[in-house]
Structure formats: C-alpha cells, structure tokens
Design a protein around this ligand. Sequence first.
Ligand code: DC
Length: 222
Amino acid sequence: MTIKTPLVIAVDGPAASGKGTIAKALARHYGLPHMDTGKLYRACGLAVRLAGHDPYDAEAAADAAKAIDATLLDDPDLMNSLNSDYASIVSSHPAVRAALFETQRAFAQQPGGAVLDGRDIGTVIAPDALAKLFVTASPEVRAQRRHAELAGRARETGGADQTLADVMADIAARDARDSGRSAAPLVRAPDAALLDTSDLGIRAAVDAAIALVERARQHGGR
Ligand code: DC
C-alpha cells in the first residue's frame, strides 16, 4: 500500500510580492483550498481599531485575536493601508500569533492538502509542507504594484489616493517590522525555493511557481 503525502504548499513573502496572487492560482491549478493568513491578522488589527484600542497593547490585541469576527474578513477596510499598519503591529505580539496558530495549523493539516500564504507558513505553521516558495520582488516594483492597487480601489470608493512615495515608505516600514520582530519574523525557510517576480507578469510568475512546486513534489519536498 502506498501512502500518499498530501500536497501542502507554503507561500511566504513580503507585502505586494505577488504571493497572494500566486497562492490563489496554485490553489486553482491543484484544486486545493487556499487560506490568505494575512486576513486573520488584518481582521485582528481591524477589531482593535474599531474598539479604539492601541495596536501596541498586546493584551487587547490578543483578546481580539481570540474572538475573530468572521464578518470582518469581508470588511471593505480590511485591505486599506491604515489597516495594513494595524495588522503588522498586532502580528508582532506572540500572544496574537499563538491565538491564531490553531486555525492556520488545522487548515494546513487537512487530509487533502492546502495552500497557505503569509509570512511564517514554511517556518512555523507548516514546516513540513511538501512545497515551499519564498516569493519576493524589489521594493520599487512592490511599491508600484501596491500603489496601482490602492489607486484602483480609491477610484472605486471615491477615497483618497496615496502618492507612490507614501506607499514606498509604508512598505519599507512594514518590511522592517515584519522581518525585525522576534516572534516568527518574515524569513525564507532554508528549504524554500526563491521566486523573484520583479520582472515577471502574472502568467509567467504563476508558471514559474507551478514548475517549482512540481520540482519539490518530484524530490519529495527536499
Ligand atoms: O499578507 P498581508 O500583507 O495581508 O499581511 C498583513 C500583515 O499581517 C503583515 O504585515 C504581517 C502580518 N502577517 C503575519 O505576521 N504572518 C502571516 N502569516 C501573515 C501576515
């Protein structure tokens, strides 16, 4: 009898690297469920903000993380840049990470496999994932992508647009916080394949990601 190892794909990387788009496309390609784990931290940040708490208050943030309201996951403010900051700050508290661990771990351990994207999937949530990708792009390219995305959203909602320089500064601050924190910082797992999407369009980036997953499957994840 052969035991089939479930296909778990861990996709990590910094903001606007393309990891979310790639993770969604991989999930579609392999017919796997997908979890954007950043949304959990964003929902926690939004709950803290709506309650008027300070995101640096670890206790208030952990209480919010223990009682994530699923409706917040679809809130239009979830993805905006103020909430990106709140999410990044609350995510630095170990108690917040501990509160959100089980949900992510259970998703990763589904018998049929799964795709998860975030910052610590290959290192903490699913260290035994069969395929691990670390998706990155230059800070300039990431800022341009996020700027275009925010401008599109501002056009739809009539909200204020941000300058490219502001977006660049936001991303740099978030990178420094996400990589510099002591609890599960953003780092490339030693066994993660690096995918730099700076010069790749969406189709080419997804094709490259599929090729890397296939290679990991052939080598049994090694
Ligand atoms: O992926 P994102 O940009 O939507 O994530 C928002 C913030 O959440 C990010 O700045 C850091 C945090 N995060 C994290 O610490 N660990 C994860 N697995 C996913 C996100």
